[in-house]
Design a protein around this ligand. Structure first.
Ligand code: HEC
Length: 107
């Protein structure tokens, strides 16, 4: 009897694990939707942006700065996003700001 219950508990545990991984998978897929019409050119920093900039909002606001901002203006914006919770280390912030300055900016 006790053994039987243990088995059920174990099955429930496995089921919970499955649900957990499905949810994580779903969240990863959802990132694909965060690019409404915005093409990110291939370049160093692209992967960082896909990972660190699409969690809270779309990238819709990014091209608006293309004609005005270079690296020096993008860097404080990226730092602002890190304050909000974007996960980029010092080196990555620079890579992302360079990318934005080059492909969505005046550099
Ligand atoms: C943890 C959540 C979060 C992440 C991750 C994040 N942002 Fe933001 N972003 C915000 C919030 C909140 C605002 C609006 C408030 C503000 O501008 O400070 C915003 C606003 C913006 C704006 C201004 C939007 C507009 O229409 O003018 C831009 C551009 C932007 N983010 C770019 C980025 C970039 C680039 C990254 C990656 C480095 C990033 N965001 C990552 C939360 C986030």
């Amino acid at each position: 009897m006790g053994r039987h219950h243990g088995l059920i508990a174990f099955r429930l545990f496995l089921a919970a694990l499955c649900v957990g991984s499905l949810t994580a998978q779903g969240a990863e897929d959802a990132q694909e939707y965060y690019e409404p019409g915005i093409v990110l050119p291939t370049g160093e920093g692209r992967e960082h942006i896909l990972r660190a900039c699409t969690r809270c909002h779309t990238l819709e606001g990014v091209p608006a700065y293309s004609k005005y901002w270079g690296y020096e203006r993008w860097l404080p914006m990226v730092e602002n996003m890190v304050q909000h919770g974007s996960r980029l280390n010092e080196e990555e912030k620079i890579i992302v700001a360079r990318y934005l300055g080059k492909y969505f900016g005046t550099d």
